[in-house]
Design a protein around this ligand. Structure first.
Ligand SMILES: N[C@@H](CCC(=O)N[C@@H](CS)C(=O)NCC(=O)O)C(=O)O
Length: 220
């Protein structure tokens, strides 16, 4: 099974982490944005990452891919079956994919993607507004909603945690945006706990090394 797309994308990272937690062998082809590789374009007709292929079956969208993987390999269970827990899991997945990503994208695009990969200065005012106005509202929402167990649903690792933690790798690790541990002890402990899992840690370390290399090549 092939996952197309660089893991620097929180959506790609979520799918790859889901695969590791499931014990699945997923091959990653780290195509970049706008890649014209015909196999990738057949899997992702609008060119968004991740795309996915399993033999002659191809699909895109991180949650659609995860639905497929979950049906192919139901155990270990990462998507609760109890109705309320199941609905909450998809709420968190949606929160991460849309609300959190909407904020994270403004920072990551303008501070990393545009200047480092497109050769154009980013819009720092937009990034700063997202960091100072949007992000605090999201972290305020998260803090009281993180259970003492350190997992969002059913006190165990689920898709909810993989989805919500993934964009924070870009925000807190690749952009070095600090979240105040005094004010947000649950959020900071939660992010660290999930991102330090074997399903995320080696991937994020590799991304960090890659970004360091790219940054070193850009004149100050
Ligand atoms: N809903 C999609 C979103 C995928 C997405 O927007 N990926 C971004 C990268 S983080 C992308 O491909 N952007 C390029 C574009 O929109 O053309 C998913 O969950 O996979």
């Amino acid at each position: 099974m092939i996952v197309y797309g660089a893991s620097m994308s929180p959506y790609v990272r979520k799918v790859l982490a889901f695969g590791v937690e499931k014990g699945l062998e997923l091959e990653n082809k780290p195509v970049g944005l706008g890649d014209q590789d015909p196999e990738f374009r057949a899997a992702s007709p609008f060119g968004k990452i991740p795309g996915f292929r399993d033999g002659d079956f191809a699909i895109s969208d991180s949650t659609a891919i995860i639905m497929y993987l979950d049906a192919v390999a139901p155990e270990p269970n990462l998507i609760p079956t109890e109705p309320k827990a199941r609905a909450r899991t998809f709420w968190w997945d949606e929160f991460a994919d849309t609300i959190l990503m909407d904020c994270g994208r403004k920072m990551f695009f303008n501070r990393v993607v545009s200047p480092l990969f497109m050769g154009k200065p980013g819009d720092e005012a937009t990034a700063m507004k997202a960091e100072c106005e949007e992000l605090p509202r999201l972290v305020d929402y998260l803090e009281p909603n993180i259970p003492a167990s350190g997992f969002l649903v059913e006190d165990r690792i689920t898709l909810a945690d993989l989805a919500v933690a993934s964009p924070f790798a870009n925000i807190t690790r690749h952009l070095n945006v600090a979240i105040d541990a005094g004010r947000y002890p649950r959020v900071t402990g939660y992010i660290q706990g999930i991102l330090d899992r074997p399903s995320f840690k080696p991937m994020i370390e590799k991304e960090t090394r890659f970004l360091e290399k790219v940054r070193a090549q850009i004149p100050a």
